[in-house]
Design a protein around this ligand. Structure first.
Ligand code: GRG
Length: 291
């Protein structure tokens, strides 16, 4: 059986990549463009653009009109990963199995590549050719999701919460900002571009909330089981490494049970959306996949 998501990706990703590459080429500095392209082309799943484009598609909208908005999301996601890996943050030498940006280039260049991707995201969005009222709404959603009311706030909560014990509610609040905000923004932007009626938009946002929390939880579980395989001991008996994760709080079985709940909530919300949600359903299935 063909997977609706694979077919959809084959149809939309090449156009999106062409658009994003043209944006990078417009940089006035070749070294900066190289550093930006290094992380943008490093094998990311394009989850946030796909969520936005699949939402537009489910609502019967034109996905090509949505490329600038989808690219803006991927630029911001890529900047966040570059900055997250920096020595002052997560201090991670590897990203997607390759040297992270500051290792491949240098710290200052990685900071600038991230800055440029964040700023250029708004140049991308300004290419949006739909109605001006929609553009205004898209701008508000994107900036809110990325900034001090969204992802950056979540990153600050993460930094402040490290080496402290957080409650499940606090961790959920942190993750809803750090990881959930851009995912939520992707679906909300798709709903605007696809002209979703209010109720449909609410169901889509319920889906995005459950999917965003589930996505982070799955990442925690995948990380923990990888650690287990490497260290040969149960993940929930690992020493606390300063990071707050669902596995630390709930144990591996508890985290898996919670993931099943989020996956069910995501499916149920999508079931209430009027439209062809096959591709979104297929994205939601990611939560049920073994690593
Ligand atoms: C530095 C302002 C600032 C924010 C960083 C998102 C984030 C905030 C940090 C990343 C921490 C992290 C690895 C969280 C786990 C969930 C997550 C966002 C994974 C990466 O997203 P994917 O799987 O990445 O969509 P790919 O590689 O597919 O693009």
């Amino acid at each position: 059986m063909t997977n609706p998501l694979s077919n959809f990706s084959r149809a939309v990703i090449p156009g999106l990549e062409t658009y994003m590459n043209a944006q990078i080429k417009a940089s006035h500095d070749a070294h900066l463009a190289e550093a930006m392209a290094y992380s943008l082309d490093a094998g990311g799943k394009r989850l946030r653009p796909l969520l936005l484009l699949a939402t537009v598609d489910a609502l019967g909208g034109d996905v090509r009109v949505a490329y600038p908005a989808a690219a803006a999301l991927e630029f911001i996601h890529t900047y966040s990963l570059i900055h997250d890996d920096l020595p002052a943050m997560d201090n991670s030498d590897l990203r997607r199995g390759k040297p992270s940006n500051h290792v491949r280039f240098d710290e200052a260049t990685a900071i600038l590549a991230g800055d440029a991707l964040l700023t250029d995201a708004f140049v991308c969005l300004s290419d949006y050719a739909g109605p001006a009222t929609q553009l205004q709404e898209l701008l508000r959603i994107l900036a809110t999701a990325a900034g001090s009311r969204g992802m950056v706030a979540g990153q600050q909560m993460d930094l402040d919460g490290s080496n402290q014990h957080l409650s499940t509610e606090q961790l959920q609040h942190l993750n809803a900002h750090k990881t959930g905000a851009l995912i939520h923004g992707a679906v909300a932007m798709g709903a605007v571009i696809g002209n979703a009626p209010t109720r449909t938009s609410e169901h889509l946002q319920d889906f995005a909330t459950a999917f965003g929390l589930g996505f982070q939880l799955k990442d925690d579980i995948d990380d923990a089981t990888e650690t287990t395989a490497q260290l040969g001991k149960p993940a929930d008996q690992d020493e606390h490494n300063g990071k707050n994760t669902y596995v630390e709080l709930l144990g591996l079985d508890g985290a898996r049970a919670q993931l099943v709940k989020y996956a069910k909530q995501a499916d149920a919300a999508l079931g209430r959306v009027r439209g062809d949600t096959a591709v979104l359903m297929s994205i939601a299935d990611y939560l049920k996949r073994e690593k």
